[in-house]
Structures are given as structure tokens and as C-alpha cells.
Design a protein around this ligand. Sequence first.
Ligand code: XIL
Length: 320
Amino acid sequence: TAQLNDLAVRAGLKYFGTALREGAVNSDAAYRRILTDKSEFGQLVPENGQKWESIQGSRGSFNYQQGDITANTARSSGQGLRCHTLVWHSQLPNWVASGSWNRDTLTQVIDTHMANVMTHYKGQCYAWDVVNEAINDDGTWRNSVFLRVFGTDYLPLSFNLAKKHDPDTKLYYNDYNLEYNGAKCDRAVEIVNIVQKAGAPIDGVGFQGHLIVGSTPTRAQLNTMLRRFTSLGVEVAYTELDIRHASLPANAQANQRQAQDFANVVGSCLDVQGCIGVTVWSFTDKYSWIPETFPGEGDALIYDRNFNKKAAWTAISSVL
Ligand code: XIL
């Protein structure tokens, strides 16, 4: 049977991809076998290895060990790479988050970080998440050192600096809970407008897709939401898809509902010209961030803990 990336490409997408968990890839052969099958996953993204705290935990010393795990795995398996992430309030080391900066000094800090990181990965990243999660769930601007120093000017500033350091990668704004097409989504539309009006480059918007079984919007609702962005001239992608059960254990019926929800999300991408790919945020329930962040919830992925394909896998393969 054909695997998901092959099916996705045949259906007109650029890739079906997955996040790579750095701690598992060298210790778990079964995990690695599926992860590196490029007919299943055409693109990888590091779960944590390219974040600011992973690369420049202390000022001026750059460590690419974790990030390179994904870049090297993708290269040796003939897979593409998404790169994640540059300007984000979270997993941001204290020296940045609590520094006393003005516009000039913080611009220097961002510029230096991007210069090093984007140059290191140059030529490998299909896309970079330049700015991640700038909006609160209620649609207000997320408080961060970046917002405090620059106001919303950090948005165009970040995209301009990213372009300078890697003119060939796609530059993305990436966030979660945009899928519900509410106030947060309205604000993300405004971000695209702000960046474009400032004359700065933005190529794409990433929908993380951290969704909940039974509360996932319909395929039609999702494709309406995606088109709000493609009509602005940017591409879109689902970048961190997982659909968690809010209560566990999940029975067969709940897994069928999860499968339907996954099919709706992937189907909505097929419906929209300019939706270019889908990435799951890890593929096996054995390795998922959900239980740590949302205690009691989980089993949000397309393979179970023993690497058996779930109903969700089958539903995606049928919609592709
Ligand atoms: C998560 C990772 O999966 C966890 O391992 C880590 O502890 C916290 O970050 N939005 C993002 C991702 O953009 O980087 C986050 O990844 C999940 C939410």
C-alpha cells in the first residue's frame, strides 16, 4: 500500500511530514525506520533542536548538535526539512527574555541569532517559522520581550532580517488555534497585513493544528479559514498537526471520530490552492508532547505506541 507522502504528492501537495523527537531517533529503531521512510514522510522538522534555547542558550555561543540531528537525518534519507523557529517568546533563554534592551540592542541580538542559525542551515530549509505564536487565544497581542521593546514593529523587522540572511527559504508566521476562525485568526490576518504594508516579505502562514477530537472544525470551515490567508497572497500549511483525545483511554468509536477529524484537516488542505503540505507533530503516541502539556489527554497521533497504524492513518490515506 502507498504511504502518506507518496499519496500527498500525488494529490498535489508538496509533502506530508512529521516532527522528529531528538531523544528517540537514535535509541528506538522502530521509530527511526518509519521516521526515515520518505514515502511516508517527505519532510522533517525538529521538535526542539532549532529553538533559541537549544542553539544559543548563552549569548554568543552557538550549538547545533540538536538541530543537526534532524537536518542530517533528513539529508541522509532524502527528505525535505522545515525549520522551526526564530522569534518566539517560549523556549527563549533568560538572557534574551529578561535582558534590558532597547530597539537597537535587541535588533542586534535578533540579527546575530538569525545570521548564525539561518546561515548554518542555508540551502536546507524549505521554510523557516520566522515568528511563532505572537497572539493570545483571545486575539490580543502576546506579551513578550519583543512586543515590549518594539510593539508590533518586531513583526516586519523579523521578516526583513530573515530575508537578509536566507533569501531563498519561505518565511512563515506560525501559530495555533487559528483553525477556529475567531478573534485569534482575525489577528493573524492582521499580522500578514502589517508585514505586507511595511514592505517586508512573508511567504506563508503555518497552522499548527493542535486540535481536539470532537471539536475539530469541519472540512468546509477549515477551508474557508485557509482561504482568508491565501487570498492575501501567502501560502498556507498545517505545521504541527495532532488531534488529542480529551479523555483517555479512547475507545474504538473515539478513534473513528479522531480519524474523521484528521481527514477533515488534510482534506481542507487539498481543497485550497496554496495549501502546500501537512506536518504531524510526531507520528506515534509513544512520543508526543501532549501528555506533558495537557495532563490526562493524548493519543493524538496516527500510529499507536507499538507503531501500528491507527484509524487516523487509514482515514488520511483515503482522503489523499
Ligand atoms: C513543544 C515540544 O513538542 C515539546 O517537546 C517542548 O517541551 C515544548 O514545545 N507550539 C510549537 C512547538 O510551536 O514548538 C511546541 O513544541 C508545541 C506548540
